[in-house]
Design a protein around this ligand. Structure first.
Ligand code: ADP
Length: 321
């Protein structure tokens, strides 16, 4: 493990990795990377690399675990054995169980679980390379993977941490800042700004805490934009319609056919009321729609007459009528 740096912030106000104090690490997102999962996301954030797979909603077994009024969210955060310098012992640890629990809770307010009673939504977050901020990286990826799985949500969830080094608050801690810093405050929030996860290590004064939350919110807002952009691009790719070169786009528009019938060519209100002059006379039989048959015939006649008058022939551009 690297030794504690002498200074975390230089005389120009820049951090060890060259960032400003309120700057997040570069983030890249790939959506739908696993063909067997219902939704998936691969996310790189600085030197963190995480992969999230979402399965469901699907029937929950054993059935005794089912909730009668909503779906259960299961969230498993796991660090691959090779994700850090020293090998991580495979299997659940106190840390991974805790992170899984708080991450699940970060999604419960937004996922519309009430739509799927008895079902389960499984979220598997695998940390492939860890460099501080893996729980927040996994939450950011899980949010996208849930959306990719088509699971109804009130909105996305974004997460990042604020910490304190050299007595200054810094956004999105890197590894040395996390290891040797004075505080670490990971936060997740919805796109409406509601906080769904707060944890804290270290010490912050009340004033610092308030400032840190504001900084974190700003970081989450930036991440939300990156998430939305990634989803928009995915959506654009999926729905791209290739118009063959030999077909003019206008042709599609021309396919819309409208009959313009002059107002005075519509049957008089009296005529379509179905009432005959003589109340005692048979008012005529009704067609399948419940409309009197003779009225329907009359309407067809009027339309045909209008067409004849304008010499509408098949293939002519009837929009010009
Ligand atoms: P987070 O990754 O969410 O910031 P922590 O603050 O607990 O979570 O961990 C900070 C960093 O410490 C991790 O990102 C990882 O790089 C490292 N780390 C965590 N757990 C272990 C472990 N069991 N072995 C080695 N390094 C670890």
């Amino acid at each position: 493990m690297n030794d504690k740096p002498e200074k975390f912030i230089d005389e120009n106000g820049l951090r060890l990795d060259g960032r400003q104090i309120n700057e997040i690490r570069p983030m890249t997102i790939k959506i739908g990377v696993l063909s067997r999962a219902d939704g998936s996301c691969y996310l790189e954030w600085g030197n963190n690399k995480v992969l999230v797979a979402v399965y469901g909603p699907r029937e929950l077994h054993p059935r005794r675990l089912q909730k009668s009024d909503s779906a259960l969210i299961r969230y498993r955060y796991n660090m691959a054995a090779f994700s850090v310098e020293e090998r991580v012992r495979p299997g659940p640890s106190r840390r991974s169980i805790e992170i899984s629990k708080v991450s699940r809770e970060a999604f419960e307010p937004v996922v519309m679980t009430q739509l799927y009673p008895g079902a389960v939504i499984d979220v598997f977050a695998e940390v492939l390379q860890a460099d501080a901020g893996t729980r927040t990286a996994a939450i950011n990826a899980a949010s996208i993977a849930l959306a990719d799985a088509g699971i109804p949500m009130k909105g996305l969830v974004a997460a990042c941490a604020v910490g304190k080094v050299d007595d200054k608050l810094v956004l999105d801690l890197n590894k040395p800042e996390d290891n040797y810093g004075q505080a670490d405050l990971p936060i997740a929030m919805t796109q409406d700004g509601d906080i769904t996860l707060v944890q804290m290590d270290g010490d912050l004064s009340q004033e610092e805490f308030k400032q840190a939350v504001e900084m974190c919110k700003e970081g989450c807002r930036q991440i939300l934009e990156i998430q939305k952009e990634a989803l928009k691009n995915k959506f654009a790719d999926d729905t791209a319609v290739n118009i063959p070169d030999d077909i003019d786009e206008v042709t599609y528009v021309e396919a819309i056919v409208e009959f313009d019938i002059e107002e005075d060519e519509y049957p008089e209100e009296d005529d379509i009321s179905g009432e005959s002059e003589d109340e005692d006379e048979d008012t005529g039989s009704l067609d399948e729609e419940g409309e009197p048959e003779d009225i329907e015939e009359e309407f067809i006649d009027i339309v045909e007459e209008a067409a004849d008058e304008e010499e509408i022939t098949e293939g002519s551009d009837i929009r010009e009528q």
